[in-house]
Design a protein around this ligand. Structure first.
Ligand code: SAH
Length: 511
């Protein structure tokens, strides 16, 4: 039967009014499983009404000023569905851009249908943004395909939510005869009954079963058993159970990543942190970004850098030497035309800086094998004409080894202030979370000193990883033991080092 309110909603076709309420599937946990459309509507939400299962970082996609309403948690347990629906209708009628963020897919046991019906009958335009359902994604993250040639030609998703539902709403005996995969959501508490009913329907006691708790999240944990063994295994909700021959496959990948669930503090300035965090996340880690420094414009507002950029265009420099990607970005911001480099040769202290140059269309003429000032000096040519000029755009405070060495070699060096690093004041709650992390990555001497000043030397995670010798020296000076130093002084090298320190065997085990 079609409820009357759905018929009443026909006017939505060809509507003029803008959509105000979006029912968005957040996916089962891994924030990467949110759809592009979901991210788009979150980015312009004024109100976000979210469940408990939605990953907290998804909420960061909404504008900072957006109202966030957690309907998964409240002192008396979860908010009642009627109250959620009333809230959506009230906010929708007020014309706010509302995102209702739901675990998995909104229409797979998500009560999204009820919410959409209420919106339709209140005349509120809405949009459904489907999500990646746990029914498919959780098995996939546990290495179980829900269909597989020769093993299963169908899958059925059923609820095991309440005793009456398990007893009356699902025809388990019939399901047992289908021969395909059975995916049970919300069924952990009634697994004894489910097992008995399926066996009564003729499903073999030896049928493989996998129960996956907190799938797609760092805490993911699987238990493998059989239909007969299911009542006796220990498993807690929220879990997805997969029953059928496919549950005997083990294509585990997610839990094999070497840093699975390890918490690693990333201390770079916010605009630099993402590359390091992304690489750590790819290996399964949970990065905690604590900016120890922030980048600020030079004290003179960039006047000296602008003048140096003009001198470069006039052909006054033989070399430009970059010691950081920041300096590359700041100098390029002052250039109107990359041909300003004209006849000047370009050096990068290491591969990271070299990549920043390559992104601007400049292939460095010199990248030393050792990514430190001493390595660059060793590789740097002597001037053909003594007193030829070198531009060194860099942070306000930096080591003097490089300019001194270049001058000793006969170059005339202009140090140009391209940016300043200033201490950041991290949120105390973030510092508390960071104190209990597994490891911390330091990428420069200034991140070391500023982090220790903010957090305290006694609240440094057990494994300290450093990008190179200068950073290590700063840590040692501050009384910190460095567990591992990157052999290649780049973000990739640092990630390799921290991986070696945290997962010496290379592979984590378990499902
Ligand atoms: N709409 C959701 C399902 C809501 S019902 C979706 O499409 O995924 C909630 C149930 O989904 C849980 O009880 C559990 O059985 C399953 N579930 C959701 N997230 C899960 C996760 N991360 N790991 C395992 N099971 C999960």
């Amino acid at each position: 039967m079609v409820p009357a309110s759905v018929e009443g909603a026909c006017w939505i076709v060809g509507r003029e009014a803008p959509v105000t309420v979006y029912l968005v599937g957040a996916g089962p946990g891994d924030p990467g499983l949110l759809t592009l459309r979901g991210a788009e509507v979150l980015a312009r939400a004024e109100v976000v009404v979210h469940d408990r299962l939605a990953d907290a970082s998804l909420l960061d996609l909404a504008p900072p000023g957006a109202q966030r309403v957690d309907v998964g948690k409240s002192p008396g347990g979860p908010v009642r569905q009627d109250d959620i629906t009333d809230l959506l209708v009230a906010k929708g009628l007020a014309g706010a851009a509302v995102v209702r963020l739901k675990g998995g897919d909104p229409f797979v046991f998500g009560r999204g249908g009820e919410e959409a019906l209420a919106l339709a009958s209140a005349g509120i335009p809405f949009e459904i943004v489907p999500g990646v359902t746990s029914a498919v994604a959780v098995p996939a993250y546990a290495g179980v395909p829900v269909t597989h040639r020769g093993l299963s030609a169908s899958f059925t998703v059923v609820t095991g939510h309440s005793r009456p539902a398990v007893e009356a709403d699902v025809n388990w005996e019939a399901l047992a005869q289908v021969g395909g995969t059975i995916v049970v959501l919300m069924g952990v508490a009634h697994r004894d009954l489910i097992s008995a009913r399926l066996q009564a329907g003729g499903m073999p006691a030896s049928t493989p079963v996998i129960a996956v708790r907190w799938g797609t999240r760092p805490e993911q944990h699987s238990v493998r058993t059989t239909l007969a063994g299911l009542p006796g295994v220990a498993v807690e909700p929220p879990a997805t159970m997969v029953i059928g021959a496919v549950a005997g496959l083990d294509l585990a990948w997610y839990t094999r990543r070497p840093l699975l669930g390890r918490r690693v503090v990333v201390t770079r300035a916010p605009d630099q942190a993402s590359q390091l965090s992304t690489r750590l996340r790819d290996l399964g880690a949970r990065p905690i970004e604590v900016p120890a420094i922030s980048l600020a414009p030079p004290a003179d507002g960039g006047a000296a850098l602008g003048a140096a950029a003009r001198s470069l265009a006039e052909g006054r420099y033989r070399w430009v030497v970059f010691t950081s990607a920041n300096a590359v970005d700041r100098l390029f911001a002052q250039l109107r035309d990359a041909r300003a480099f004209g006849g000047a040769a370009v050096a990068a202290i290491g591969p990271g800086t070299g990549e920043a140059l390559a992104a601007k269309g400049i292939v460095p003429d010199l990248v030393p094998a050792r990514s430190v000032a001493e390595g660059l000096l060793a590789a740097f040519p002597a001037p053909a004409t003594p007193g030829s000029r070198v531009m060194l755009p860099r942070a306000a405070v930096a080591r003097e080894v490089l300019p001194d060495g270049l001058r000793d070699a006969g170059w005339s060096v202009d140090i140009v202030e391209a940016y300043r690093t200033v201490p950041a004041s991290p949120d105390p709650a973030l510092l508390d979370a960071a104190a209990t992390a597994d490891a911390i990555c330091f990428t420069s001497a200034s991140t070391v000193t500023n982090y220790i000043a903010a957090a305290g030397a006694d609240r440094i995670p057990p494994v300290v990883a450093s990008i190179g010798p200068v950073t290590t020296a700063a840590a040692v000076d501050a009384g910190i033991t460095v567990a591992v130093e990157a052999s290649e002084h780049t973000v990739a090298g640092l990630v390799d080092a921290v991986t070696a320190a945290l997962a010496p065997s290379g592979l984590a085990t378990g499902g």
